[in-house]
Ligand binder design. Structure first.
Ligand code: SF4
Ligand code: FES
Length: 166
């Protein structure tokens, strides 16, 4: 379920179900994204243009934005572009329609799709490939897993209400 965080110039939305917990957001904009703070996303803590560029680096599409100040919305390639990552997922950028089992259709501008077959969250990558011997050719990207990845403060990781007061 997507949750929104409204700021003055930009609205950010986040969907725990597709986040791969790589932590790109936490590293690139620590003033906006803080796991131990509630709300954990504060859009007004950075310049809207700068925040938009950070969100566009989110490989899974978990983070999206909508400009409230008339600024440029995210531009996606048409046709969609698919980049295989060495020993990892397919990164897709473009207009991606995801059809859920309940019949609902969600549109994402970015997605990380599993190609190792081990994800518990197909069609999305959940980083299970990192714990496997999956090998496949592709572009080399340097992924640093966030050191906070496994901590309970991550808003989606709490037991009772995963999105509670996030
Ligand atoms: S996929 Fe990475 S960048 Fe996107 S929300 Fe999750 S941790 Fe942040
Ligand atoms: S490619 Fe990441 S879980 Fe399969």
């Amino acid at each position: 379920m997507r949750k929104t965080y409204r700021g003055k110039d930009i609205e950010v939305s986040f969907d725990v179900a597709v986040c791969t917990h790589i932590g790109e957001c936490l590293r690139r904009s620590p003033q906006v994204f803080q796991l131990r703070r509630r709300p954990w996303i504060m859009p007004d803590a950075a310049d809207a243009d700068e925040l938009a560029r950070v969100i566009e680096r989110c490989p899974s599409g978990a983070l999206q934005y909508r400009r409230l100040d008339g600024g440029l919305e995210e531009q996606t390639p048409e046709p969609p572009r698919i980049t295989p990552i060495r020993n990892g997922p397919l990164l897709v950028r473009g207009h991606i329609e995801v059809r859920h089992e309940d019949g609902s259709v969600e549109t994402l501008p970015r997605a990380s799709l599993c190609r190792c077959g081990l994800s518990q969250n197909k069609p999305f990558c959940d980083n299970s490939h990192l714990r496997s011997s999956f090998r496949a050719p592709g572009e080399v990207i340097h992924i640093e897993l966030s050191p906070v990845r496994e901590q309970p403060e991550w808003p989606m990781a709490t037991a009772d209400d995963p999105r509670g007061d996030a």
